[in-house]
Design a protein around this ligand. Structure first.
Ligand code: T6T
Length: 331
């Protein structure tokens, strides 16, 4: 499997991959060797995902671990209990004066995580962003993610196809303001939805990435908007909560739910008709490429500044044919 510029059913995406030469600078773990090759941590990589025990990040970790092993590096993973910038900062700060040679991180906030990550970088660690990213593009040597805006666009096209000419209102469930990925998905979705006059957006609701909050937002939207015809859930937690909200109101199948990601619970929901479509990412590939780019940076090889992973639109009809995109609960 490789990273490409393709998004199934949405046509070809522009590649944002730019080749730049890696420059080994700074120190890692107190070494005086600028390349990091002569010090105790020079083969150590750390992965800090957005949140622990979540199939998207578990799959990413599996891909990263396998690749690190193959390349002769040691990868350790530490994830915050919640998708929360303060909790993630504690983990990053704990690297202190003994940081890894490279840090692969999914910043939980595109502003708040800048200072802690910059501090690790200042000690000579190479920074690679996996999935989410900082607004400041100068910190990471490489960023690997899905083309999230295109994913949102694909979700809107999928919903428009599902409802046909029927008019109705549409709700967008986002996670937490400052999450680069889901914000891009919501934007891509809203921009594309505006091209369909029969569909009216009732806006974005934030859920703090908590399924319970997503369920409550759906309950409220159903009460205030009788013509609700569709929901776009920008990630697996909003999707799982969205499905709960619809189930509680007896609206499964009556309101179309298009989700992002392919967690076991979402796949099960698609099979049962709770979701009408899922946009699956390839987190294992994001993790693998994160390691490849980190190692390239450490070894003075060319590094790709931006890489885009494939997305796959899955419906009930092609569910089993797409099982290779389902996320894992363990490696
Ligand atoms: O959708 C993924 C990830 O891409 C996003 O940045 C945060 O949410 C997930 O981890 C799924 O819960």
């Amino acid at each position: 499997m490789k990273l490409t510029k393709t998004l199934l059913a949405a046509g070809t995406l522009a590649s944002v991959a730019t080749l730049v030469a890696a420059c080994g600078s700074g120190q890692v773990g107190g070494s005086t060797d600028n390349s990091g090759s002569n010090n105790a941590n020079s083969k150590k990589l750390a992965l800090v995902p957005g949140v622990q025990a979540e199939p998207f990040y578990i799959s990413m970790q599996c891909g990263a671990q396998d690749e690190a092993k193959k390349l002769g590096y040691e990868l350790t993973t530490q994830a915050p209990q919640k998708f929360d910038a303060a909790m993630q900062t504690t983990i990053v700060n704990a690297m202190g004066s003994n940081p890894p040679a490279a840090l692969l991180i999914a910043p939980t906030d595109d502003h708040a995580m800048l200072a802690p990550i910059q501090q690790v970088k200042n000690r000579g660690t190479k920074i690679v962003e996996v999935d989410t990213s900082l607004k400041d593009k100068s910190v990471a040597v490489s960023s690997i993610s899905s083309n999230n805006e295109e994913g949102g666009k694909l979700a809107a096209q999928t919903l428009a196809k599902l409802v046909g000419e029927k008019p109705g209102s549409v709700l967008i469930l986002d996670t937490i303001a400052g999450t680069s990925t889901t914000a891009a998905r919501a934007k891509g979705f809203a921009d594309e939805l505006a091209k369909h006059p029969n569909l009216k957006s009732i806006g974005v609701q934030y859920t703090q990435n908590e399924p319970d909050q997503a369920a409550s937002k759906v309950t409220a939207a159903l009460a205030s908007t009788p013509d609700l015809i569709g929901i776009f859930a920008t990630n697996l937690n909003t999707g799982e909560g969205g499905a709960t909200g619809l189930r509680n109101a007896g609206k499964i199948g009556k309101v179309n739910l298009v989700g992002f990601d392919a967690s076991p619970s979402e796949v099960d929901g698609l099979r049962k008709g709770e979701y009408q479509a899922l946009i699956a990412q390839d987190p294992a590939e994001i993790g693998k490429q994160g390691v490849d780019q980190a190692v390239a940076a450490l070894e003075g090889k060319p590094v790709q500044r931006d890489l885009t992973a494939q997305l796959h639109s899955i419906t009930k009809d092609d569910l089993d044919a797409n099982s290779k995109y389902f996320y894992k609960q363990n490696c």
